[in-house]
Design a binder for this molecule. Sequence first.
Ligand code: HOZ
Length: 429
Amino acid sequence: MGKQSDYLFEQSKKYMPGGVNSPVRAFQAVGRNPLFIKRAKGSKITDVDGREYIDYVCSWGPAILGHAKERVVAAVQKACEAGLTFGAPTEREYLLAELVQKLMPSMEMLRLVNSGTEAVMSAIRIARGFTGRDKIIKFRGCYHGHADGLLVKAGSGALTQSTPDSLGVPVDYAKNTLVAEYNDLSSVEALFESQGQEIAAVIVEPVAANMGVVLPETDFLPGLRRITDQYHALLIFDEVITGFRLGTGGAQEYYGVTPDLTTLGKIIGGGMPMAAYGGRKEIMELVAPLGSVYQAGTLSGNPAATAAGLETLKILQEEKENGLYDRLAAYTQRLAETVRRSFGSSVRVNQIGSLMSVFFTGEPVRDYQSAVSSDTEKYARYFNAMLEEGIYLAPSQFEAMFVSAAHTEEDLERTCGAVKRIAGEMAFS
Ligand code: HOZ
């Protein structure tokens, strides 16, 4: 498709595994070479071959305001002129923490870090430190970054030993991660009944978005709150994707369930590398230097990232008053409806707010098992056809689609037009 992209991919493969710095970017799941990106502005992304696309990857979530939002870029430029990093506290870190706390009141105290992986790793450490217990529960199909203890898959039955999901993860680490089924409280109860006194925390994506988008059923999140309370374990919401996306208060506000600890990433950095973990004060006071749970970072809370994050959150707060989140949801709903109507019973579309996934399966997608029943080859055909139409979707069936504030009515019409044409073509091939 693009000569220059293909050339750069060949060059990159010589020096970086798979030619990329994060696996999904290699486009393996859609059977073609990746696009190399030159620039992005608003809802559009342009590759090195000069082709422009309507972008629904949005940098995997951070670009909720669209790419290169003027106010955010200006804030970063101004911050950089005053120095890139000091390794010392700055006013903006406190202002950002104060704003996050205001928007997500359950985060009574928080710590800024550099990536979602780091936030989750730290939240789990503090949950263990606070409870004095070693085990955690995660859900099959939920992704929480690439820390050793999270790259774990279930054994053959819910109560059997978990095993590493990556080479290099010690079996002894995996043993401390128990795996339950998303939307299945009985699988959580069974683990607590057998090992409740050893379980420090349950970690969950309140809306799963790394097996495609999978919504929590009505009782699921309140049930997790009830069970963790019953066993004096902590509930951790991984809101790296949902934080500031489902609303300024994230999934916890949307569903009215309050976790003990929250992890944030993506939008909080406004496009710069930044993430956070935080929660109840009595738990967070265990973090060094106040307490004895150690965690540190040279670039944590650095000026460029805090400038981008603070400006982004301020804009979201302002725009919320002007109906931003309703507009995002309305756009995404209309797109979801078009996909449903065009493809009929051969697809399932899961959508909430500005998050959406199109699954090529006839059955409702409510957990990992139903997500992986999807026809990934059909998704690859859909993806490639949409790309030909100038629409850039996630290059994997199991990633979310993101809509931003910069997507326009014209973008929606063009996208819906492409969906209808491609559904027609796929029906007859
Ligand atoms: N884990 C990210 C997607 N869920 C990857 C993001 C990236 O490759 O930039």
